[in-house]
Write a protein that binds this ligand. Structure first.
Ligand SMILES: [Zn+2]
Length: 295
């Protein structure tokens, strides 16, 4: 069975770490004609053909911090750090989704990686150790503090997201802010000192009161709002009695295979529940589960 490739995965760039650490080579590549991702804040601008729009480095204002995204077919790509990051969960921003819906998988991956990196720069300008202003280093994949010598690196926050199965049924939940009728996989951040499997088990117990076993890995997805790594897992529950944590979930319940199939195949017209959008890894997890059970 093939593993699903969700949005923001499949990054097509050569990340060229050897160039990041070579200031002379980096300066050669950063010529005025080099391509720069065009953004408004953190939202991509689209060309007339609804593709990502690229400007030229020579047109970027003096003093703006630049990051080196990598090489695309040998050509360097850059992006400019915006004045402010995005402290709000971007999935509430319709204008972001309206644009992303046009992009190819390659473009989503380039944009997603750039977005996480740029947002980190915009919101981590000061040293967490001493409070001094830090400066970008290594082509934008690091920030250095000249005052105390600390080095800071872009964040990636691991999140487990899991399908819990019991006697052929699947546990899905909804948070208070979800669109009407929407259900998705339970999810939560991995905590310090915890394996992925332990994170899955803790999260399911906290949110739904279930003990799970045989936690397995399905796939992963970089999620750039702002910088999570979604680790998709599957686990079995020994019983189906739910104790829902209402501070985390508005509802959680078991769905039959037929209900899940109806939700995936009928999209917004579904009569069972509304499945997550295709851009989310949870959508691909449900498809994986339906295929798995078909074997
Ligand atoms: Zn410092």
């Amino acid at each position: 069975m093939s593993r699903p490739l969700p949005a923001f995965a499949g990054h097509p760039l050569d990340r060229a770490d050897h160039i990041r650490g070579d200031p002379e080579r980096l300066a050669e590549l950063a010529h005025p004609g080099a391509r720069v991702l065009r953004l408004e804040g953190l939202i991509p601008r689209l060309s007339e053909g609804k593709r990502l729009q690229w400007g030229r480095l020579g047109d970027v204002a003096e003093g703006v911090d630049m990051v080196f995204l990598g090489l695309l077919d040998g050509e360097p790509l850059f992006a400019a750090v915006p004045n402010g990051g995005d402290p709000d969960p971007a999935y509430t921003r319709r204008e972001t989704w309206a644009v992303l819906g046009h992009l190819t998988l390659d473009e989503l991956a380039i944009y997603g990686g750039a977005r996480s990196l740029l947002d980190w720069h915009a919101r981590h300008r000061f040293c967490a150790n001493c409070g001094s202003l830090t400066v970008p280093a290594k082509g934008g994949w690091q920030r250095d503090c000249a005052s105390c010598g600390a080095q800071h690196f872009p964040r990636t926050d691991p999140v487990t997201i899991m399908l819990v199965e019991h006697k052929g049924n699947l546990l899905l939940g909804r948070k208070a802010g979800f669109p009407e009728g929407s259900y998705s996989a339970l999810a939560g951040f991995v905590e310090p000192g915890e394996t992925i499997e332990e994170g899955v088990a803790r999260e399911v117990f906290e949110e739904a009161g279930l003990r799970v076993r045989d936690v397995g890995y399905i796939t992963s997805q970089p999620w750039p709002f702002p910088s999570q790594l979604m680790i998709a897992c599957h686990a079995f529950a020994d019983d189906d009695k739910l104790t829902i944590d209402k501070t985390e979930l508005e509802d959680a319940r078991w769905f039959t295979r037929e209900e899940v199939r109806e939700a995936i195949e009928s999209g917004p017209e579904s009569t069972s529940f509304r499945a997550p959008f295709e851009i989310a890894v949870a959508h691909h997890m449900l498809r994986w589960w339906l295929e798995k059970d078909d074997e």
